[in-house]
Design a protein around this ligand. Structure first.
Ligand SMILES: Nc1ncnc2c1ncn2[C@@H]1O[C@H](COP(=O)(O)OP(=O)(O)OP(=O)(O)O)[C@@H](O)[C@H]1O
Ligand SMILES: [Mg+2]
Ligand SMILES: [Zn+2]
Length: 472
């Protein structure tokens, strides 16, 4: 047990940094993030006051200090647990790993509890007892949600409305669950500290207890964490380091689309996304992701161009919108959502210098519809064409899509695995795709219903687009 020694210290609630005095701004950059907490003497090596050692995952595996021959260590890969939710399995890297700690974060009301209880209902059917601990909702509330969203029933799913870690540990000892859920870490506290739930020392201590529980019993643990307004994990970054996987659940609450991502994953890539629709009956996996991102594109207008990207290993079609307007405050604004500002600046410069589109004294706004932040450069051409299209009030025909990276010289560079993007666009019913000529040349087979317009430079792309636009 840690013992209080009467002293206090100021702890940054964002990063866990400690200072003997209050500070307005922390070294991590956070403002007004310091809270006074009591100092504890170290008598338990599972935790250190500085948090440096305590946050290291290896310390969660207690009492296994004997070196083992790597070849004799059994691999956890073979014991992946199917969560019953394909999109969740995919983001986790192929299912849940035994003994792993997974943190799921997201805005209030986004559907964290819904997703977890849906997974729990499947896992309890396959594996046996699952314990769902909620510090936020009563058993009745959880039951109401489960009745609404758990199609497979809740056989051996146990709920516990509790905030004390000691009570949780006792329940785990009694039930011996195969899967443990804590909703949420910010509501939990351990008697070992008397600071408030959600404070750095409580979150860190509860995180450590959960890690020992999960690794010690070789059961997966899911921990819900809230995020602050700025989108950071509320409370300390320390938990992020402690856990194996950090999932982020996001989406517009006004729309039904929900996207699940891994921000950190010790058992898989972080480039896969999972897509869901929030419905009355719970989260429904979206199989045809492109369709939901392209809603509303049919009534095409100037400034809107479809494009294709890779999200993980999946091709995804998106709509890029651009708006240009006269500048009235001296210097022109370039504002982008979903595209890096520096990338937009480069595209605009190439449009001006290599494609003779004058954008001086024009404000430019670019938006990737649906809240995606596509990685890679395959959207460059669509961004450029959307700006050109709005600036010239030239409407591109519906069924038009563009991919290609733009180089500083104004030439178009081929897109990685363009064939998969082409196939997806063809499948989604697009009629014409503009793309770098070299991508067309490399193509093993032509699409069935879609025409390919190969171009070598941005200037040529705009010339071709102008021909198409005139036709409508
Ligand atoms: N009866 C219902 N019909 C349809 N959707 C519902 C219904 N009740 C709740 N929802 C949806 O579920 C969402 C809340 O889901 P959930 O409680 O899983 O979110 P959460 O991320 O756990 O929230 P919190 O941060 O409050 O714990 C609501 O925002 C709403 O979109
Ligand atoms: Mg919840
Ligand atoms: Zn800090």
């Amino acid at each position: 047990m840690a013992k209080k020694n009467g002293k206090t210290v100021f702890v940054c609630q964002e990063c866990g940094y400690e200072s003997p005095r209050w500070m307005g701004q922390c070294i991590c950059g956070a403002w007004n993030s310091f809270v006074e907490e009591k100092v504890y003497d170290e008598t338990d090596d599972s935790r250190s006051r500085s948090g440096k050692g305590a946050s290291r995952p290896s310390e969660g595996v207690k009492g296994r200090s004997k070196p083992q021959r790597l070849s004799s260590v059994t691999s956890g890969q073979s014991t992946r647990i199917d969560t019953g939710i394909g999109e969740l399995n995919r983001v986790l890297g192929g299912g849940l790993v035994k003994g792993s700690l997974t943190l799921i974060s997201g805005d209030p009301g986004i559907g964290k509890s819904t997703m977890i209880i849906q997974a729990a209902s499947h896992i309890c059917k396959a594996l046996g007892t699952v314990l769902y601990v909620s510090g936020e909702e009563s058993e009745e509330q959880i039951k109401m949600r489960a009745d609404r969203v758990c199609k497979e029933g809740t056989g051996d799913l146990y709920v516990l409305s509790e905030t004390s870690m000691e009570a949780v540990i006792a329940a785990v000892d009694q039930l011996d669950p195969k899967f443990l859920i804590i909703d949420s870490i910010q509501t939990m506290y351990t008697d070992e500290y008397d600071s408030a739930p959600g404070s750095v020392s409580q979150v860190r201590a509860c995180g450590n207890l959960l890690m020992n529980l999960g690794k010690g019993r070789d059961i997966p643990v899911f921990i819900v964490a809230h995020v602050t307004k700025s989108g950071e994990l509320a409370g300390p970054k320390i938990v992020e380091h402690m856990v194996d996987t950090v999932l982020q659940f996001s989406g517009e609450r006004s729309q039904d689309l929900r996207i699940l991502r891994a921000l950190k994953n010790r058992f898989g890539t972080t480039s896969e996304i999972g897509a869901f629709e929030m419905r009355e009956e719970g989260l429904v996996e979206i199989e045809n992701l492109s369709a939901s991102f392209l809603e509303g594109l049919e009534d095409s207008s100037a400034g809107a161009v479809a494009t294709a990207v890779y999200e993980g290993t999946r091709p995804l079609l998106l709509e890029i919108q651009a708006l240009t307007a006269p500048t009235n405050v001296g210097f022109a604004r370039r504002t982008a959502i979903g595209v890096e500002n520096s990338r937009l600046g480069m595209i605009v410069a190439v449009l001006e210098r290599k494609a003779s589109l004058s954008l001086i004294n024009r404000d430019i706004y670019v938006n990737v519809v649906g809240g995606m932040r596509p990685e890679g450069t395959s959207i460059d051409l669509a961004v450029a064409l959307a700006i050109w299209s709005d600036e010239k009030a030239a409407k591109l025909p519906s069924g038009f899509i563009a991919i290609g990276e733009i180089g500083l010289t104004g030439d178009l560079r081929p897109v990685r695995s363009a064939d998969k993007l082409i196939r997806e666009a063809d499948r989604m019913g697009f009629k014409a795709m503009m793309l770098p000529r070299r991508s067309v040349e490399k193509l093993p087979e032509k699409p069935k219903n879609m025409r390919l317009i190969g171009v070598t430079s941005l200037a040529e792309a705009i010339k071709e687009a102008a021909k198409l636009a005139e036709r409508i």
